[in-house]
Design a protein around this ligand. Structure first.
Ligand SMILES: Cc1cc2nc3c(=O)[nH]c(=O)nc-3n(C[C@H](O)[C@H](O)[C@H](O)COP(=O)(O)OP(=O)(O)OC[C@H]3O[C@@H](n4cnc5c(N)ncnc54)[C@H](O)[C@@H]3O)c2cc1C
Length: 448
């Protein structure tokens, strides 16, 4: 059918329009505004945070290159603000980067282990367990403090184009369709929604999906003691729980800052197209069936879980990968594995570097694409899309948009050295300094 044309009110005009208020979008909006650009963030849901709140993904990781913190900037500000309100737990410096049985017993179930190291007992690392509702609150605070204009309940549907140049976007809202005009648009939708709609080359990536959920009322001390004192029995019970789930990381439950509450980063469900309404609906049913069955098993069999209850399942299906930008540079698995350095690096993740060109679409102007839908091969994206790295990649997109506007050049022609300098001034590590000795980290298959 053909949709009849209609008039759409322009509700705002801004310098930088950020679409999507997940980790990357908030990073982008705060950074652009701090550089002086008028900035508006539009988010489809009534809250900010994306996978870190609505998806209930509750550990920030991939912030360290061995013992050195590489992911700083707004990612580190998040940690500090979460900690201020008692909503973050992470290993102290003295416990980090050590392989030790007692430390493992203390931190592994917080998810604070270096998954990329080889060996069964991995080193403790700086990773931060947080509360999802606190994430929403901190995100609100960050935008308010930076003076970013925020429009929730605004579901991006169409790009406004002048030839190949994006000049704004149209949103479905409770008040009907609304248009926002902008000089630069940052696509932080997690799914390259703007890029795809504008006609930029993209790739359809696929990976497994997960409905993250939480149990309450767990006697976590008893559960942890049981694992330490009865290792074989605990392994057998956990193996059975994972069999019922039909796919999970080794630790199917992890601790949270809330007493007695654990989060489950599972089940792993394969074969779904995350842009298909039919598939996403089916996935919701598959997940809830598996979650209920595993919960029954845990409650009846695992010490510490006897009085537990199913607290909640995430309001958003956990999508790790969907549409990916095919940008001016496509990051490869070798780039990530070998920690390849780029002169136009604008963000770090663990040991790897992200080039500016991986946020720049081919053909389409005045659009940057950031966060988990950046330009990487599907395999490379799996291990380069964690929360911290997405925040700082977003921060780089925001700074680049503002610097380009200030210099009155197209975002694809921005002076990357100036962007790197401004990022450093904002407390981030853009990865502009070439590493002295090339070192490839020993990587295991450690995506989450
Ligand atoms: C199950 C699961 C487990 C994970 N485990 C970990 C982990 O342990 N540690 C870790 O660090 N990372 C983990 N990750 C990865 C991490 O959560 C994501 O890669 C990260 O949140 C991506 O951030 P983002 O801002 O790019 O995208 P998202 O978090 O997806 O945010 C995108 C935002 O855009 C909004 N949006 C989308 N479309 C539109 C539209 N049309 N209009 C308006 N707004 C829109 C969304 O509502 C959302 O707010 C996990 C991911 C999943 C799914």
């Amino acid at each position: 059918m053909l949709e009849p044309s209609r008039r759409v009110p322009i509700v705002a005009e801004t310098d930088v329009l950020v679409v999507g208020g997940g980790p990357a979008g908030v990073g982008a909006a705060v950074a652009a505004r701090r550089e002086g650009a008028r900035t508006l963030l539009a988010e489809r849901y009534p809250y900010l945070g994306g996978m870190a709140s609505g998806g209930m993904v509750l550990v920030i990781d991939d912030m360290m290159d061995g013992p050195r913190q590489t992911v700083l900037g707004i990612a580190q500000e998040y940690v500090e603000r979460l900690e201020e309100i008692g909503a973050a737990v992470y290993p102290p410096v003295t416990d980090r980067y050590r392989v030790d049985r007692a430390l493992w017993d203390k931190w592994a179930r917080w998810g604070a282990i270096d998954l990329y190291a080889h060996g069964h007992m991995k080193p403790i690392t700086y990773a931060v367990a947080f509360d999802p509702d606190a994430w929403k609150r901190v995100s609100n605070d960050m935008l308010r403090d930076a003076d970013v204009e925020l429009r929730l309940h605004s579901w991006f549907s169409n790009a406004i184009l002048d030839g190949d140049r994006v000049t704004g976007a149209i949103f479905e809202t409770p008040a009907g369709r609304q248009a926002i005009r902008a000089k630069v648009v940052v696509d932080a939708s997690g799914d390259a929604a703007v890029a795809a709609q504008a006609g930029a080359p993209i790739e359809h990536g696929r990976y497994f999906v997960t409905l993250v959920h939480r149990y309450g009322g767990v006697d976590t001390e008893r559960a942890l003691r049981f694992e330490i004192e009865h290792q074989e029995e605990a392994t057998a019970l956990n193996t059975e729980a994972k069999r019922i789930l039909g796919g999970s990381w080794d630790m199917w439950w992890l601790l949270t800052p809330l007493p007695g509450v654990v989060w489950c980063n599972c089940p792993h469900m394969r074969g779904y197209d995350t842009t298909s309404v039919e598939d996403l609906t089916k996935a919701e049913f598959e997940a809830r069936g598996k979650i209920a069955a595993t919960f029954r098993f845990a409650k009846e069999n695992i010490p510490g879980f006897e009085r537990s209850y199913l607290l909640d399942a995430a309001s958003q299906m956990g999508v790790r990968q969907g549409r990916l930008l095919l940008g001016e540079y496509v990051v490869t698995q070798d780039d990530i594995r070998e920690a390849r350095w780029f002169p136009d690096s604008i963000a770090r993740g663990r040991d790897y570097f992200t080039p500016y060109r991986a946020m720049v679409p081919r053909r389409i102007e005045q659009l940057l694409v950031t966060g988990r839908c950046y330009s990487a091969t599907p395999i490379a994206q799996r291990s380069s899309r964690e929360i911290g790295p997405c925040i700082v990649m977003g921060q780089a997109a925001g700074v680049a948009a503002a610097v380009a506007l200030e210099a009155d050049v197209a975002v694809r022609d921005v002076d990357v050295a100036a962007v790197q300098r401004r990022l450093r001034a904002q407390g981030a590590d853009p990865g502009d300094e070439r590493p002295v000795a090339h070192h490839a980290m020993a990587t295991a298959d450690a995506e989450r």
